[in-house]
Design a protein around this ligand. Structure first.
Ligand SMILES: Cc1cc2nc3c(=O)[nH]c(=O)nc-3n(C[C@H](O)[C@H](O)[C@H](O)COP(=O)(O)OP(=O)(O)OC[C@H]3O[C@@H](n4cnc5c(N)ncnc54)[C@H](O)[C@@H]3O)c2cc1C
Length: 408
């Protein structure tokens, strides 16, 4: 990865975060506009949370949790295919309840195993209708699941897992938290429904490194935004994909994130689990075990199992989906809009927008942000009066902590 001394004003873009959003913006800016970018990341690698690396045993692992790439967008896939070849994604998940492993999402097989009767689409629908609670407008995740599958399935598959994951009762969580996982009346065992379910053949890091491999892109890993803030003055804009509350020195308070702690165990046999992921809703302190080799397809005599322990501390992974969190984020969003206007700092990505998004959505955000920058920051060609009329401003240095404004 390129590491070189930078001068203030040397770059068109300063990009904070070498995750999917940052990589796409840098790549597009270089290849489509000839813009020069400095991409920094506080971690020692690129690819953000999609980062993969070799475990000491030589097995490829996903250190920040398994990443199952999927998309419905053929254009996105075409774009990414410039930087990688693909292998088919084998995203099969099971849930360990009692002494059995049940397919997740719940499907016909899950229902047959759980209730001990053979079912088809019609009888399964009838069964679920008879189990579902009549809740017309579910207000939280518990009500949502009860209204779809009833109490027995809720207690077996959702309650314990959700409590472990969030350390909150499903009653305290928005309906969408448990609503993301479908219930199927067929035998489709795939974890997700997307049209394309693929994994980069040589891994995510290799794909993102190739994206950044351009003479107009300089990458400095192991670099904090604070180290360059006020020192690097990009000609056009700063793209910030770090945590939004951190950018504003937590002036309105800290946003609440859920994290995970990972333990990796090497096992000297080709595979340990029958599928990539097993959820553990009841037993154990860990919530899931992941054997990513099922997905990467790597040829290796051994395998690595990762144990995931949900945690209140550690890397920010999932925004805690509560009304308080949304209200706090709304305050920062107002600050961010002003910062974009006044200092040409653009906020995008999961940390900057306090949102859970999958990788394809993050990549799409990167592409959309590049389009916006091309429109708004190609200002050498815009007369000054027009720029002012459209409130586009000019890029000012992002000084040390801009004064906090009240959002009210
Ligand atoms: C546990 C887990 C599992 C996931 N599984 C999947 C999956 O199966 N499939 C899928 O499609 N998606 C999955 N995702 C989502 C995926 O990781 C994200 O969509 C994607 O990484 C978001 O890209 P991003 O660029 O917004 O952020 P990130 O990937 O987080 O990149 C942001 C980067 O900014 C850097 N940064 C932050 N602050 C600073 C600072 N102050 N200075 C310097 N650098 C900074 C960070 O170090 C980070 O590398 C998962 C996410 C998690 C947490």
């Amino acid at each position: 990865m390129t590491q070189r001394q930078s001068k203030p004003g040397d770059y068109d873009l300063l990009i904070v975060g070498a995750g999917p959003v940052g990589c796409v913006v840098a790549e597009r800016a270089a290849r489509c506009k000839g813009w020069k970018s400095l991409v920094i990341d506080r971690r020692e690698h690129v690819a953000g949370n999609c980062h993969d690396r070799l475990h000491e045993s030589g097995v490829l692992i996903h250190p920040y949790g398994p990443h199952y790439f999927r998309t419905n967008n053929p254009g996105l896939l075409r774009y990414l295919s410039r930087f990688t070849e693909w292998v088919d994604g084998q995203y099969i998940v099971k849930s360990a309840v009692g002494d059995k492993l049940y397919p997740i999402p719940i499907n016909l097989t899950t229902l047959e195993m759980f209730f001990g009767e053979s079912l088809d689409e019609v009888s399964a629908k009838r069964l679920l209708d008879s189990l579902a609670h009549p809740i017309a407008d579910p207000q939280n995740s518990e009500e949502f699941v009860l209204s779809r599958v009833g109490r027995e399935l809720y207690e077996a598959f959702y309650l314990g897992y959700t409590q472990k994951q969030w350390d909150l009762h499903p009653r305290q969580l928005a309906p969408s938290v448990c609503g993301r996982v479908p219930v199927r009346l067929n035998r489709d065992e795939r974890y997700v429904d997307h049209r394309y379910q693929l994994t980069p053949k040589d891994g995510f890091d290799a794909m993102f490194r190739k994206m950044l491999d351009h003479p107009l892109i300089t990458v400095q890993t192991g670099t904090e935004f604070g180290d360059v803030r006020g020192r690097i003055e990009p000609r056009r804009a700063t793209v910030y994909s770090g945590a939004i509350d951190e950018y504003f020195d937590h002036c309105h308070g800290r946003l609440d994130w859920r994290s995970l702690r990972f333990e990796f165990e090497y096992v000297e046999q080709p595979f340990v689990q029958p599928c990539v992921q097993i959820n553990h809703p009841a037993a154990h302190a860990y919530s899931r075990t992941v054997e990513i080799k099922h997905v990467t397809g790597q040829a290796h005599p051994g395998t690595v199992l990762s144990y995931e322990y949900p945690s209140a501390t550690g890397e920010p992974f999932y925004p805690v989906p509560t009304p308080q969190g949304s209200a706090l984020y709304a305050k920062y969003k107002v600050e961010a809009q002003v910062e974009t206007q006044e200092r040409a700092v653009y906020f995008a990505g999961r940390l900057a927008e306090y949102i859970y998004i999958n990788t394809d959505e993050a990549l799409e955000k990167g592409l959309a942000l590049f389009e916006r920058l091309a429109l708004e920051r190609d200002w050498y060609f815009l007369p000054r009066a027009l720029k002012r009329a459209e409130g586009l401003g000019t890029a000012k240095p992002v000084g040390a902590a801009s004064p906090a404004r009240s959002a009210s």
